[in-house]
Design a protein around this ligand. Structure first.
Ligand code: HEC
Length: 205
């Protein structure tokens, strides 16, 4: 019995040593261009799917058919999601091929509205999917969900038309006001979205 125990302890110590060696000498490649081992991918996917499913099941969605809600969501999607999740008939974007895991193409793939709400609000660790709930209220997130559930059936023209008819983004405007800046005048506060002039200098191809 004691002998078996000491073998087990030795094996555990050897395993810990091996892990420390592997990590300490930087053998693990964290590059996003180096795919996970199949087993790692499967484990992470199962953990992620179960975590989302349990949390999303407790959510009660509002009426998502309201046209104004869907239109508001169209504007939000075009401002915050399209670069990673694409629009109808858009083959790819500059950022998407380099993301690992790859964001699903939401103009083709359908997700349950509760899942979209939970994932949009809380984001997903170590994927690049942001937690939009940190800067947006639930009502705004539901507008995005309402739009995302309509998105897979839309043509490119219909998508553009909806984005063009979307109401102006009140949240971005109130963020500008909160910072005490007058919109348009020396405005560096809304740096997220409306800064084509600022980007010009920095973003060279
Ligand atoms: C910077 C890139 C990026 C942006 C911007 C982004 N996402 Fe994501 N999103 C991701 C990535 C990466 C994944 C894949 C994560 C994974 O497979 O684990 C993802 C996954 C998702 C999923 C799928 C969840 C699932 O169950 O598989 C939904 C739905 C989603 N995002 C919605 C949104 C919405 C809505 C927005 C805009 C408000 C948004 N995302 C903005 C990167 C992004």
């Amino acid at each position: 019995m004691t002998r078996r125990l000491s073998v087990a302890v030795l094996a555990a110590v050897a395993l810990c040593g091996g892990v420390l060696f592997y990590v300490g000498y930087g053998f693990y490649d964290v590059g996003a261009d180096m795919p996970h081992w199949e087993i790692t991918r499967k484990v992470m996917e199962t953990v992620r799917n179960r975590s989302i499913a349990v949390r999303a099941s407790r959510i009660e969605p509002p009426d998502l058919q309201d046209e104004q809600l869907v239109l508001k969501g169209a504007g939000q999607y075009a401002a915050m999601c399209v670069n990673c999740h694409l629009a109808p008939e858009q083959a790819n974007s500059e950022i998407r091929p380099g993301l690992y895991p790859q964001p699903p193409n939401l103009s083709e793939q359908r997700f349950d509205p509760k899942t979209v709400f939970w994932v949009t609000k809380h984001g997903l660790k170590m994927t690049g999917m942001p937690a939009w709930g940190l800067g947006h209220d639930d009502a705004t997130i539901w507008s995005i969900v309402a739009f995302v559930t309509k998105l897979p059936g839309l043509s490119a023209e219909h998508y553009k038309d909806m984005v063009a008819r979307a109401p102006p983004d009140e949240e971005m405007q109130s963020m500008d006001k909160k910072d005490g800046m007058k919109p348009g005048k020396d405005d560096k506060s809304g740096s997220g979205m409306q800064m084509p002039t600022e980007q010009k200098g920095e973003h060279k191809h």
